[in-house]
Design a protein around this ligand. Structure first.
Ligand code: SF4
Ligand code: SF4
Length: 133
């Protein structure tokens, strides 16, 4: 494991923690009334890049039950939402913005939106690093 990989994973973890309250300001507006919740088992699966990121942090990748229906609710879904901290979730859970979320962003103060999009862009760039084998 190269030290670059460990540093990049550490920075990505920091940004995921930092971005979480920014994102939750928006999800708090849209998710409680949602009738088509996006947290399906197939979205909560760990992809190669997620696995490499968690391995660089020295974290065990959460197990997923292969017998659960992929279209059913994600097994990390609890009564109050996801039970996993954002930095351990698959990255898709953070960068997916549904239409109502995008609409909430469009109506929000632009300063707040710029801060979030800046952090998102940095996270996407860091996450891409883990596409290298
Ligand atoms: S992110 Fe969008 S699709 Fe997912 S639960 Fe919230 S409102 Fe529904
Ligand atoms: S946010 Fe949590 S509950 Fe939703 S799909 Fe991702 S891991 Fe599963």
């Amino acid at each position: 494991m190269t030290s670059d990989r460990v540093k990049i994973a550490g920075r990505l973890k920091e940004l995921l923690i930092e971005s979480s309250p920014l994102i939750e300001k928006f999800t708090a507006m849209t998710c409680p009334g949602c009738t088509d919740v996006c947290c399906r088992q197939k979205h909560g699966l760990y992809r190669e890049r997620d696995i490499r990121y968690l391995q660089a942090l020295g974290i065990d990748v959460p197990r997923r039950d292969p017998s659960r229906p992929l279209e059913g609710p994600c097994e990390s879904m609890g009564p109050q939402g996801c039970v996993q901290p954002r930095w351990i979730r698959p990255f898709l859970c953070t960068w997916y913005f549904c239409d109502p979320l995008l609409a909430a962003l469009n109506e929000a103060p632009q300063r707040r939106v710029r801060r979030l999009t800046g952090v998102m862009q940095e996270m996407i760039d860091l996450y891409d690093y883990f596409s290298r084998g």
